[in-house]
Design a protein around this ligand. Sequence first.
Ligand code: HEM
Length: 418
Amino acid sequence: MSEAALKRDGANDPYAIPLADIDVSDPARFRDFTLWPYFERLRKEDPVHWCANGMFGPYWSVTKYKDIMQVETSHNIFSSDTELGGITIEDGNAKLGLPMFIAMDPPKHDEQRKTVSPIVSPENLAKLESTIRARVGMILDDLPVNETFNWVERVSIELTTQMLATLFDFPWEDRRKLTRWSDVATATPGSGIIDSYEQKMAEVMECGAYFTRLWNERVNAEPGNDLISMMAHSDAMRHMSPEEFLGNLLLLIVGGNDTTRNSITGGLLALNEFPDQYRKLRENPALISSMVPEIIRWQTPLAHMRRTAKMDTVLGGKTIRAGDKVVMWYVSGNRDEEAIERPNEFIIDRARPRQHLSFGFGIHRCVGNRLGEMQLRIVWEEILKRWPDQPIEVMGEPKRVYSCFVKGYESLPVRIRA
Ligand code: HEM
């Protein structure tokens, strides 16, 4: 039975409510993992769907692959600009209200993106690979055996945090601050992470003060190979306002943190849900290269990106008005049977595994996509080296994050047998 069908129980029947009342933005659906049948109904009956009373205000849901691609490639019509609302369903980028290039339109977006991109050039990734491999190795060698532990805490968070600290050349002993700031930046009050927007802003300001100190040290030193130094010494970014500096920093922290972290966890969970695929992988580790993009499709760690229409336009036969909020549900497009064969199955040797929406598309397509893929590849190469004959077993249900933006995990109990 498909995952979607499994979730369609009485209390969670998307056909029990009128189509117009469906609001897929409710974070509880993501936490309780009851989202699939709602997206399935929207894809079938109303792929460009108007929700007048959404939890975050009125908005359009775009749920099919081809319509999402149309929005992504029409940046002259659909804006990412913070001033108009930004890139999350919650106005102002989860109420962060800071300028960052993911939430800018050309030409400024293009200039700032160009400045940051070299950090993830193929040459730089090659330089980073041995450092990441060594760190993954240490984390895995330190894991307990014959004992249930939280994979999210011990592996996914620790690894991505170490990675970020490397990219920023961030003080090693303080690296967990990066994890905290990333969680805070995308959190909604009530999620268990923050209690109020005031608390959120206070912690974000603390992050800003810390990084300003690092910036001041590096702007007066020789240019280095870390992101802060690159920003401080670039013509396009050197003269940023403090808000812009902080916004772009948070973009890189969140971009490189939640996404990779939740894909590391999601991959292990998927392999446990599809044990035949785990077996196939152990028999043929060369499949890691096609499994990695499949993990990223399957997990879709960022469930959506939002745009705001700058002019009246037509999408999927619906008239979108200037000023309307348009949400591209990558999580749904990645399960669109018209674009992806057997989309509700996790298949590690798909013919075209990179055909997915998890990295977005068009001018904002993820800058760090090759870095994210590389981290996942190394994690699985090192896991299979250590445990070639046995699976790492999931021992219970994962606890999922209360968010319709970051689709991820708070915990996943696992065990490694001796
Ligand atoms: C943009 C996903 C890893 C940095 C994005 C977007 C998505 C995304 C969906 C927006 C695309 C759009 O609007 O069309 C992911 C996923 C990752 C990942 C699924 C890992 C599995 C990373 C990493 C970094 C990073 C490791 C950091 C180095 C960025 C930046 C942008 C971005 C800076 C803004 C690009 C722009 O606006 O031009 N990412 N990301 N991401 N990502 Fe990633």
